[in-house]
Design a protein around this ligand. Structure first.
Ligand code: ATP
Ligand code: MG
Length: 428
């Protein structure tokens, strides 16, 4: 029988990768906490209609990429292809917004899209999602974008670029859409086939077609930024001013429209040249139309999603490796000693030390080798003689210095050991 394998486009995140993921998540959690964002955990399954209404049937995501199935009760269910729509539903459903307040939310978890798997593109992938609901103020746009750039910077990513655009309000978009269709219709035969069908359904998406011939045509198309009404222009000016004041670099890209229909005003994407074809690490924007589209009160909002597979790929390229070193490695041999070792490990963990215990029962030499590999600072040794005398040996693995300590005094000495371990690690 051939061994079972994970589904195409899904991946196990293995124990040697999880430290990186945990570090990214912990860094994000800390930063978001300090910016007053609160975590929300919605389900992965939603009614299909949520995404049809909240993303739009003319988008690739809804049109081609969703994992949709009928459940045993005959309902149409979809594994979420992104996080925003579910959060918007939850905000409406639980009336999380009170009049005049803002709501700052984040969530991290898997999303599902039926796409052709390749580096940085999977069928089950993970997004970190941040949303600020209830403010139409351009400062909200700046705040949300700054959180993304700060996070990426804190993680050590430097060679990133940000594209910025405004798609205006619904009226601006409609006027631009008409102008774009007028411009493109005479070129219809020269467009790629996807773009030809988008001419009726979602013409703005033609702007970011990857097809070369389409791109050449689109280069001379009307500029979306010329179609912004005065209010929209003012909003966009303030966003740009705010970013500049914070020292956040960006370039205007009038062809950046993003795939989702509910976006209004600000749209942005953060890319890395080190990711090949899947260059976009973070995509986001304002979606003032979404809440009402889902049947709730009209509520402005802005947010973004970072793709964690792409982010961790970048960090791996930079050789970022969060430490998985243990503080203490406990070796023991002989029945009495092994019992004591369990107690010692327990005591040391209680003061907050990371302790790994060797369970092999093999010769001390082999256990010491594993102690070195664990990159522990301290090795605690209990042999038969130590067990008999009620002591243990403390071996500082860096210097080789070894001292005896009585088992009875370990409790009292543990806190001091912890300090010393921290000092040794600091010095190395
Ligand atoms: P792309 O143009 O690469 O398909 P997108 O516009 O479909 O991206 P969004 O819907 O904006 O992506 O999702 C936000 C982020 O989630 C993306 O910038 C990317 O980092 C990540 N992402 C999207 N789809 C996938 C996928 N199939 N596999 C891995 N990451 C993904
Ligand atoms: Mg996509």
């Amino acid at each position: 029988m051939t061994p079972m394998q994970a589904l195409r486009g899904t991946r196990d995140i293995l124990p040697d990768e999880t430290p990186l993921w945990q570090w990214v998540e912990a860094t994000a959690r800390e930063l978001l906490y300090r910016a007053a964002y609160r975590e929300i955990r919605p389900p992965l399954l939603e009614q299909t209609g949520l995404f049809e209404r909240g993303i739009g049937e003319a988008t690739d995501v809804v049109g081609k990429e969703m994992y949709t199935f009928e459940d045993r009760g005959g309902r149409s269910i979809t594994l979420r292809p992104e996080i925003t729509a579910g959060l918007a539903r939850a905000v409406n459903e639980h009336s999380l917004m009170s009049q005049g307040s803002v709501l700052r939310l984040w969530h991290v978890g898997p999303a599902f899209r039926y796409e052709r798997p390749q580096a940085g593109r999977q069928r089950q992938f993970h997004q970190l999602d941040v949303e600020l609901v209830g403010s139409a103020d351009p400062r909200a746009d700046v705040e949300v974008i700054a959180i993304a750039t700060t996070l990426l910077q804190t993680l050590g990513l430097k060679s990133l670029t940000m594209d910025l655009n405004s798609v205006g309000n619904g009226d601006d978009r409609q006027r631009y859409r008409d102008a774009l269709v007028d411009f493109l219709t005479p070129h219809k035969a020269d467009l790629d086939s996807d773009s030809q069908s988008r001419l009726d359904t979602n013409p703005l998406r033609i702007l970011d077609s990857k097809n070369e011939r389409t791109q050449a045509i689109v280069q001379t198309a009307p500029n979306l930024l010329d179609y912004l009404a005065a209010d929209s222009q003012r909003h966009f000016d303030r966003v740009q001013q705010g970013l500049t004041d914070l020292g956040i670099a960006y370039q205007l890209n009038p062809r950046l429209v993003r795939g989702l229909d509910y976006y209004t005003h600000t749209a942005f994407e953060i890319q890395s040249a080190d990711l090949g074809a899947q260059a976009t690490v973070c995509g986001g924007g304002r979606y003032d139309g979404l809440m009402a589209q889902l049947g709730g009160p009209s509520t402005p909002a802005i947010g973004w999603a970072i793709g964690l597979e792409r982010l961790t790929l970048l960090l791996k390229q930079l050789n970022v490796e969060p430490s998985t070193a243990m503080d203490v490695y406990v070796v023991s041999r002989g029945e009495a000693a092994e019992g004591k070792a369990l107690n010692i490990a327990q005591t040391l963990r209680q003061v907050g030390l990371a302790v790994e215990m060797d369970l092999s029962g093999s010769a001390f030499g082999k256990q010491f080798k594993r102690a070195d590999r664990s990159r522990a600072v301290l090795c605690v040794i209990v042999g038969e003689a130590e067990a008999e005398q009620g002591i243990m040996q403390l071996k500082w693995l860096g210097s080789g210095e070894q001292v005896a300590l009585s088992q009875a005094s370990l409790g009292a000495a543990a806190a001091e050991l912890k300090h010393k371990i921290a000092a040794v690690r600091q010095a190395s």
